[in-house]
Design a protein around this ligand. Structure first.
Ligand SMILES: [Zn+2]
Length: 458
């Protein structure tokens, strides 16, 4: 019982962790090809590109492997009209009803945007749209994304996971086996053709999984192999269409593998941090072609490590990060200058570091700063009686600065002072002065004493 309880607890923890990490997509989310399937298709499609472009896309395979997931991981929660971009309900499809599928429109739209970005030399956006359009093209190769009956008996996820699961049993098409991939003249027609091909496999799939009650079969592996190989070439063809429309050559790959880190926001005016509030510093990390870096970014305030997160729900989050500076990291630093250090490394780039000089608002902690080597001088003037004359004279009172430079000296002595009287013959007066000479460095250790002397005597 104890063991069972422990196992159950571990399973629950694992489930929560997996869900948090996005490792367990729910079976009803209807996202075609799980993440691994989308990455396999996008990566393999690169191999079918023409010389030059193939090298460019290969260098940024790690970007496309991220951007091709965004339609599922980001855009479904960001855009209300995202969901129908992932399927075509062929049996009931109506151009007037977007809920029956807008995948063909998505392929048109993001192929155009990819072409525009290439023409503008905006390589970051080109890779974003390349990954995005590849996602929709890959989705329409999943047979359950070409039908209104997309989840019979809850089997949708069986096909979603099948690409990643059975890839080892498939014979994958190689670039040498096909000629150069050709651009597509009419993308909408093309997507409908692919959708009907996918749809044509549904009778066998449903017969095997539902009528025969099998969990899988070699025939189904052959079908998924067919869809996977077609997806490699079709994604490459859609990319080549964008490239042809742009009419451009691929960019020269930078020989310089350095990164640039910059701040885009969050730092308050004047670089002043408020120690009563948490702060967020927004960053970009780009390479020489302006492509956002997806890798390890770390930050620290002085020597304290801070949490750095990739910007999550953003339409183009590559290379965007946010540093969380909790107010507790500023405790005891009021009135001080602090250094925020940011580092980025990975993906073959040279490690890059940025240091930001910031200041924390507020007064510095109370200390008596030794300003200069001045002395506190106190004259205590003693009134003296005048014999015979009745005159009372007051001695001079003055502040003085030490001229001898003797530090750390505490001395007490009496001195004569000149006192004027109206009756000089009977001048018998004396005044006494008490004089403290306290160096400022001695004052630091005698702070309470010097404070009381100063306030009461001067
Ligand atoms: Zn999808």
């Amino acid at each position: 019982m104890q063991v069972l309880r422990k196992t159950l607890a571990a399973a629950v923890v694992l489930l929560i962790l997996s869900t948090l990490l996005g490792l367990l997509p729910g079976p009803m989310t209807a996202q075609a090809w799980w993440d691994d399937g989308h990455k396999i298709i996008a990566s393999r499609a690169i191999d079918f590109l023409p010389e030059g472009w193939r090298q460019f896309f290969s260098k940024y395979e790690w970007v496309i492997n991220e951007t091709t997931l965004y339609p599922d991981t980001i855009y479904k929660s960001l855009y209300a009209d995202e969901d129908p971009r992932h399927f075509m309900d062929l049996e009931v499809w109506k151009p007037s009803d977007p809920s029956t599928g807008t995948l063909h429109l998505a392929v048109e739209e993001f192929t155009t945007k990819m072409a525009d970005a290439i023409r503008a030399g905006d390589w970051n956006s080109a890779l974003l749209y390349a990954g995005r359009v590849a996602h929709y093209v890959a989705d329409i190769h999943q047979p359950y994304h070409s039908t209104v009956y997309y989840n019979p008996k809850g089997l949708h996820s069986v096909l979603d996971s099948s690409l990643g699961k059975h890839i080892g049993e498939m014979t994958l098409i190689q670039p040498g086996e096909v000629g150069p991939v050709q651009p597509i003249a009419n993308l909408t027609e093309f997507i409908f053709d692919v959708a009907w091909q996918s749809n044509s496999f549904l009778p066998i799939i449903n017969r095997t999984l539902i009528d025969e009650g099998k969990s899988w079969s070699p025939e189904l592996t052959t079908i998924i192999q067919n869809r996977t190989n077609a997806a490699f070439i079709d994604v490459a063809r859609v990319w080549v269409t964008a490239i042809a429309r742009a009419g451009m050559s691929p960019p020269a790959l930078p020989g310089d593998n350095s990164l640039t880190i910059g701040v885009t926001g969050g730092v308050p005016a004047g670089g002043l941090l408020d120690p009563s509030k948490d702060a967020y510093v927004y960053l970009f990390v780009n390479d020489k072609l302006g492509v956002g870096f997806i890798g390890t970014v770390s930050a620290q305030l002085e020597t304290n490590p801070l949490v750095v997160s990739p910007l999550g729900q953003d339409p183009a989050p590559m290379g965007k990060y946010v540093i969380y500076v909790p107010k507790t990291a500023l405790t005891g630093r009021s009135g001080q200058n602090v250094t925020l250090t940011v580092s980025a490394e990975g993906q073959g780039y040279a490690k890059q570091t940025l240091s930001l000089g910031l200041a924390v608002m507020g007064a510095p902690p109370a200390t008596i700063a030794p300003a200069d080597d001045s002395y506190l001088v106190i004259l205590v003037v003693v009134l003296a009686a005048v014999v015979g004359g009745g005159t009372i004279a007051v001695g001079r009172r003055r502040k003085a600065r030490a001229r001898d430079g003797k530090a750390n000296q505490l001395s007490l002595f009496l001195r004569k002072d000149t006192v004027w009287s109206s009756r000089k013959p009977v001048l018998l007066m004396k005044s006494m002065a008490l004089k403290f000479l306290v160096s400022t460095s001695a004052m630091t250790s005698l702070a309470p004493l010097s404070f009381s002397l100063r306030s009461s005597s001067l």
